[in-house]
Design a protein around this ligand. Structure first.
Ligand code: C2E
Ligand code: CA
Ligand code: CA
Length: 666
C-alpha cells in the first residue's frame, strides 16, 4: 500500500515539471525542445548503462516485489531525464527548475543507494540515507514558493543550453564505444540509440536553420531597408556578374540598359512636408517602377531619391520605351498620409556593351545622362560619349574655370516690358558659354557645374560686374533701365554679397534701383531662416529681390509674406501652358491668382516665357505688371538690342485701354 503512494509521486512530479516548463517557456522552438529531449535521454542512458543493470540484477523476490522494486529506479530515471531536459529547454536557469533538478538528483541517489543496500540486506533506518529523501522532498516543495521567471542569469543566449545536449551526444557515442568491451543493458542501448537519433534530427534542423539564416543575411545585405527594393550592392553585384564575360563575346540579345532615375522636387517635399512623408513617398515609388518592368529586371534604390532599373536583353528603343512608361507611371499624384504629392523624374539611360565595359563605367554613364536630362528638363536622356568623352565633367569644370578667368563667358540680356507703358523697364542678365570644342553649352548645364566646383562666386561676380557696367552705359544713353541678375544659393548665403554689390553700384555711379536680384523658391527654401535675414539686409539697402520660377517649388506660400521680396516672377511653365490650354484653361486661373496674391502682398508681378503676342493682352487685363519672353525679344548681346524696335513691337500687343496717351508715355 505504502509503495503505491510513494510511486504515485512520480507521475505527479512529471506533471509538475511540465507545468513549470509551460510557465517559463514563452515560445515553442523545435530545436530547443529537441535539445531538452537529447539531454534528458542522454542522462538516462548514462545512468542506465552504469547503474541500472546492477540494480536490476540485485532485485529479487516475488514477481510483485520485483515489479515494485524496479518501478523506483525506472521512475527516477524518467524523473532525471525530465529534470535535465527541462533545464536545457527553459532559458536562463530559472531558480525553480534548478531547485527541482537538485531535488530529483538527491532522490535518485537516495533510491539507488537504498536499492543496493536492500539487495545485500545492509539497510538500516536512521542513517544519513534517510535524510536524503527528506532533503529531496524539501527541495521539491521549495519550488512551489519560488517566483515564476526568477533567473540565475538573464542571458537568453544561455550557453548551457547547448552544453548539456552536447555532453549527452558525446556520452551516447561513448556508451556505444564502451559496449565493445562491456555488457550494456538493452534499456541503456535503447536510450542511447534514441539519443543519437534525436541528435541526427537536430543536426538536420540546424542545417536548415543555418541555410535560412544565410539566405536572410544575403537578402538583408542586398535590400534597401526603406523601400524593400534592392540596393546599390545588389546592382553592382548583378552588373559585375554580367561583365564577368568579356564584352566582345556578348551575343546581341545579351545587351543591357541601365536607367538611372532621380526624382525632381523631392528635396522640396522633404523640406516642407517632413521626412516621414518623404520616406512614405519613396516607398510608393518602388511599386510603380516595378509595374512597368519585367520580373527579370532589377529595380533598386541607390540612396536618397535615386533609383535605378537594370534591363537585360534591352536595346536603345526598349530602354526608351521603358523610360517613357516610367515617366507616365510616376506622373499621377502620390497619396502619402493624406497629402497629395506630385514628383517628376529625370532618367539617364546608358547601354552596355556600347557605352561601358564594367559596372562602374556603366553607372557613371547613366549618371551623366541623368544629369543632362535634369538640366534640360527633359524626362530622359541617352548617354552620348561625344558630350562626355574627354570632355568629361572634370575637364568641363576646368574649361569653365578657364572661361571665367579669361572672361570668355558672355552676358546676354532679355528685356522685360511694362504692361501699362509698353516700355522696357528691366533687362535680365543671362549667361552664355560658347565652348571652343563642344560649342554652345546652355546655362542650365554649366551653372550646376560651377556650383559643384566652387566657381559660383567668381561666376556671379563676373555677371554682376558686367551687368552693372552695362546698365550704367544704357542709362548714360538715356534709357532709365535696371538689370536683373540671377543668384544661386551659395551666392545668397555669402555674407560678403551685399557689400560687394553696393561697391560695384557705387563704382558705376548707380543707386540700388538699378539692380534686381532674382532668387528661386528652392534657393530660399534651402535655408529659410538665413535667407530671410540676408534678403532683409539686401532689401533694406534698397535692392529689389525677385522670386524667380514662382510656382514650381513645393514650398508653402506662407514664406512669401515673411520675406522682404519686391517681385514675383511667374514661372514660364504656366505661361507656356496658356498656349496649350488656351486662355480659358486652369492655367489662366493659376496665373490670375498668382497675380492677385502678388499684388495683395504689395509685389510687382512679372510673367516670364511669354511667347505669343495674344498672351500680352490677357496678362495686361489680368493685371500683370511686367512681361518677358520671346514674343518681345530673345536674350541678346547688348549691341544687338534695339530698344526702339522693342517698344514698337510691344505697344500694339497691349490692349487699347492699357495704352497710355503718347504725351504721358514719356
Ligand atoms: P531663368 O532665370 O528662369 O531664365 C529664363 C530662361 O527662360 C532663360 O533661359 C531664357 O532664355 C528663357 N526664356 C526667355 N523667354 C522665353 C520664352 O518666351 N520661352 C521660353 N521657352 N523660354 C524663354 P536660359 O538663358 O537658358 O537660362 C536658363 C537658366 O539658367 C535661367 O533660368 C537661370 O536659372 C540660369 N541662369 C542663366 N544665367 C545665369 C546667371 O548669370 N547666374 C545664375 N545663377 N543663373 C543663371
Ligand atoms: Ca531668372
Ligand atoms: Ca525663371
Amino acid at each position: 500500500m505504502a509503495d503505491a503512494f510513494y510511486l504515485i509521486m512520480y507521475p505527479l512530479a512529471y506533471l509538475g515539471i511540465m507545468l513549470i516548463m509551460r510557465g517559463e517557456v514563452r515560445s515553442f522552438k523545435a530545436n530547443n525542445w529537441l535539445d531538452g529531449a537529447i539531454a534528458g535521454l542522454g542522462a538516462a542512458a548514462i545512468c542506465a548503462a552504469f547503474v541500472f543493470d546492477t540494480i536490476v540484477n540485485s532485485v529479487s523476490g516475488s514477481p510483485a516485489a520485483v515489479a515494485v522494486n524496479l518501478a523506483y529506479p525506472v521512475g527516477d530515471l524518467i524523473l532525471l531525464a525530465f529534470a535535465v531536459g527541462a533545464l536545457v529547454i527553459v532559458p536562463g536557469w530559472p531558480v525553480r527548475l534548478v531547485t527541482l533538478a537538485a531535488g530529483c538528483l538527491v532522490l535518485a541517489i537516495g533510491d539507488t543507494v537504498y536499492l543496493f543496500q536492500n539487495a545485500n540486506d545492509s539497510y538500516q533506518s536512521g542513517t544519513i540515507l534517510d535524510a536524503s529523501w527528506m532533503t529531496a522532498l524539501f527541495l521539491l516543495s521549495l519550488t512551489v514558493w519560488q517566483r515564476v521567471g526568477a533567473r540565475r542569469s538573464d542571458d537568453d543566449a544561455h550557453a548551457p543550453g547547448f552544453v548539456l545536449p552536447a555532453v549527452a551526444g558525446v556520452s551516447a557515442v561513448t556508451i556505444i564505444f564502451v559496449g565493445n568491451w562491456m555488457h550494456i543493458s538493452s534499456v541503456a542501448l535503447g536510450l542511447t540509440v534514441a539519443t543519437l537519433a534525436l541528435v541526427g534530427v537536430r543536426a538536420g534542423l540546424s542545417r536548415g536553420e543555418l541555410n535560412a539564416l544565410t539566405r536572410a543575411n544575403h537578402h538583408h545585405a542586398v535590400t534597401d531597408e526603406l523601400t524593400g527594393l534592392g540596393n546599390r550592392r545588389l546592382l553592382t553585384r548583378e552588373l559585375d556578374a554580367i561583365f564577368a564575360t568579356p564584352r566582345d563575346s556578348w551575343r546581341p540579345d545579351e545587351s543591357l540598359a541601365l536607367l538611372m532615375i532621380d526624382l525632381d522636387h523631392f528635396k522640396e517635399i522633404n523640406d516642407s512636408f517632413g521626412h516621414p512623408t518623404g520616406d512614405g513617398l519613396l516607398r510608393l515609388i518602388g511599386p510603380r517602377l516595378s509595374s512597368v518592368t519585367r520580373s527579370s529586371d532589377v529595380v533598386v534604390r541607390l540612396g536618397g531619391d535615386e533609383f535605378a532599373v537594370l534591363l537585360t536583353g534591352a536595346d536603345v528603343d526598349f530602354a526608351m520605351a521603358i523610360a517613357e512608361r516610367i515617366t507616365t507611371e510616376i506622373e499621377p499624384p502620390f497619396d502619402v498620409e493624406g497629402s497629395c504629392l506630385h514628383v517628376g523624374a529625370s532618367i539617364g539611360i546608358a547601354l552596355a556593351p556600347q557605352h561601358a565595359g564594367d559596372a562602374t563605367e556603366l553607372m557613371r554613364c547613366a549618371d551623366v545622362a541623368m544629369y543632362r536630362a535634369k538640366a534640360a528638363h527633359s524626362p530622359y536622356d541617352i548617354y552620348e560619349s561625344a558630350l562626355d568623352d574627354g570632355a568629361d565633367r572634370l575637364n568641363l569644370m576646368e574649361d569653365l574655370r578657364a572661361a571665367i578667368a579669361d572672361q570668355a563667358l558672355t552676358v546676354y540680356y532679355q528685356p522685360q516690358v511694362d504692361l501699362r507703358s509698353g516700355e522696357v523697364t528691366t533687362l535680365e542678365a543671362l549667361l552664355r558659354w560658347s565652348h571652343p570644342v563642344l560649342g554652345f553649352i546652355p546655362p542650365d548645364q554649366f551653372i550646376p557645374l560651377a556650383e559643384e566646383s566652387g566657381l559660383m562666386w567668381s561666376l556671379t561676380t563676373f555677371v554682376l560686374e558686367t551687368a552693372i557696367a552695362q546698365c550704367a552705359e544704357w542709362r548714360r544713353g538715356g534709357r532709365p533701365v535696371a538689370v536683373a541678375v540671377n543668384l544661386s544659393t551659395t551666392n545668397l548665403l555669402d555674407s560678403g554679397l551685399p557689400g560687394q554689390i553696393h561697391a560695384a553700384l557705387d563704382r558705376h555711379g548707380l543707386g540700388p534701383d538699378a539692380l534686381v536680384l532674382e532668387i528661386t523658391e528652392s534657393t530660399v527654401m534651402a535655408d529659410l531662416a538665413r535667407c530671410k535675414e540676408i534678403i532683409q539686409t539686401l532689401s533694406d539697402s534698397g535692392l529689389v529681390i525677385s522670386i524667380d520660377d514662382f510656382g514650381t517649388g513645393f514650398s508653402s506660400l506662407a514664406y512669401l509674406s515673411d520675406l522682404a521680396v519686391g517681385e514675383l516672377k511667374i514661372d514660364r511653365m504656366f505661361t507656356a501652358r496658356l498656349s496649350i490650354d488656351g486662355v480659358d484653361g486652369r492655367n489662366e486661373a493659376i496665373i490670375r491668382s498668382s497675380i492677385e496674391l502678388g499684388h495683395s502682398l504689395g509685389l510687382r508681378v512679372v510673367a516670364e516665357g511669354v511667347e505669343r503676342s495674344d498672351h500680352f493682352g490677357f496678362l495686361a487685363t489680368a493685371g500683370c505688371d511686367v512681361a518677358q519672353g520671346y514674343a518681345i525679344s530673345f536674350p541678346a548681346p547688348p549691341e544687338e538690342l534695339d530698344f526702339a524696335a522693342i517698344d514698337d513691337r510691344a505697344a500694339p500687343m497691349l490692349p487699347a485701354a492699357h495704352r497710355l496717351p503718347a504725351t504721358l508715355d514719356r
